[in-house]
Design a protein around this ligand. Structure first.
Ligand code: ATP
Ligand code: MG
Length: 423
């Protein structure tokens, strides 16, 4: 019989590892709330048109990475979300959340892209998304960066590099685009197949190439920054000066573009040198035009997404992942008669916030003590028929390797005060 296995590029997260996820998610929740961001949860499946309109027709995602299917019951074209911004904005507009108001939103969720799976690149992966809507002033561009730097610090990572750029507005990009196409046409022999394909569709994206043979050519290409007019330049300068005042170091990378069409003005990436070509841990920027595109009204938006698998890989490199939590109390119990009594003790402990696991299978005391060691229990209780008869419990303090015999009436207090203060 052929075994059924998981879909390629879509991974199970087993208990050994999911523990890291819960730990990370807890830190993220506290962090997001501390900047006034509120959680939003939108569906994993959206109307295909939403992604085509927002991400853009000539992007990698829409051209070749989306999981699109027809709902056979009604013929609708649906897509598994490849990113979270489009669905979030769709929901915000649909529920009128920007009426006379700004919004700071965060989410964590699975995203789907049909890419070639490799370390740090999967077909189902998780992003943390942050979206700040309705803020025009470049102060928010600075706060967004500050909060990412703070997250790295909370996690104990100190050497991600921040790269920033300004993508200007539509007119500025159009003026740069025609000059860039002329330059690229002159260098047509140097372009690889992918670049040739992008030449008239999305030439800006060619600047982002990782092909070593094209580096010199793109380094000398016309720069978008030279096409920016006063308003964009002012926004950019003011963002940079805010970052300087906050003591945040950054590199200005004039070739930084984003793979999605909806960005304008400020864009940024935090990159690591620990994950080969999957170097971008967090990426984002302003996407003011997307609100107008989806709602018909001008407004302001900025946000970023962090790939959580990549972040966990970085944390692993830096040995910052947490230990599995130790259980407070393991109860070794010798037969069915004491089992129910042990269950009651365990329940009283849990009511005091103490974690307790009791043995529920027929194995020897030796095997149970070994289990307590594996669970890194701080205390093991041993309860057998004699103990039950004498109304006493054997308490083994695992770190000190000492045993006490404690009266049953006193057992909860004894454990509670030991865990608070030690012996
Ligand atoms: P890349 O250049 O690595 O393909 P991207 O520009 O496609 O990244 P975004 O769409 O901006 O990435 O997504 C934001 C973040 O989500 C990335 O920086 C990365 O950390 C993560 N990410 C993107 N695609 C994947 C994937 N297939 N698997 C795992 N993480 C991903
Ligand atoms: Mg990509």
């Amino acid at each position: 019989m052929q075994k059924i296995v998981a879909v390629k590029g879509m991974n199970d997260i087993l208990p050994e590892i999911s523990h890291n996820w819960l730990w990370l998610e807890n830190i993220i929740k506290e962090w997001a709330y501390s900047y006034g961001y509120r959680n939003i949860r939108t569906p994993i499946v959206e109307d295909t048109g939403l992604f085509i309109r927002s991400i853009g027709e000539v992007t990698d995602i829409v051209e070749k990475e989306m999981y699109t299917f027809t709902d056979s019951l009604n013929g609708d074209s649906l897509t598994l979300r490849p990113e979270g911004t489009a669905g979030t904005l769709r929901a915000v507009i649909e529920h009128n959340l920007l009426y006379n108001s700004t919004q700071k939103l965060w989410y964590i969720g699975q995203m789907f892209r049909h890419e070639r799976p490799q370390k740090g690149r999967y077909r189902q992966f998780n992003q943390l998304g942050i979206e700040a809507l309705g803020f025009a002033n470049p102060n928010i561009d600075a706060e967004i960066i500050l909060m990412q730097q703070d997250l790295w610090q909370r996690l104990g990572i100190f050497d991600l590099n921040l790269e920033i750029n300004c993508l200007g507005n539509k007119e500025e990009r159009a003026s740069h685009r025609s000059e860039l196409i002329k330059y690229l046409e002159k260098n047509i022999d140097v372009l690889d197949d992918e670049a040739k394909n992008r030449l008239y569709k999305n030439p800006l994206r060619i600047l982002d190439t990782k092909n070593p043979m094209m580096q010199e050519m793109v380094a000398n290409a016309p720069r978008l920054i030279d096409h920016l007019t006063d308003k964009s330049l002012q926004h950019h300068e003011s963002w940079k000066s805010n970052l300087n005042s906050l003591g945040i170091s950054f590199t200005e990378n004039h070739r930084l573009v984003r793979g999605l069409d909806y960005y304008n003005q400020s864009v940024f990436e935090w990159v690591t040198d620990k994950l080969g070509s999957q170097a971008t841990v967090s990426a984002g920027g302003r996407y003011d035009p997307l609100i107008a595109e989806l709602s018909g009204k001008d407004n302001y938006a900025i946000g970023f997404a962090i790939g959580l698998e990549r972040l966990l890989l970085v944390l692993e490199e830096y040995k910052k992942l947490p230990q599995h939590p130790a259980v407070d109390v393991y109860i070794a119990c010798m037969n069915d008669e004491v089992s129910i009594y042990s269950m009651q003790i365990a329940q009283q402990l849990r009511k005091k916030g103490i974690s307790a696991i009791q043995n529920l299978i027929n194995v020897s005391l030796k095997a149970q003590l070994k289990k307590a060691d594996n669970l890194m229990a701080k205390i093991t209780l041993i309860i057998g028929e004699n103990e039950l008869h004498n109304k006493q419990v054997v308490v083994k303090l695992m770190q000190e390797q000492v045993q006490h015999v404690v009266e049953m009436d006193n057992i909860i207090n004894f454990i509670d005060s030991y865990l608070k203060k030690g012996v």
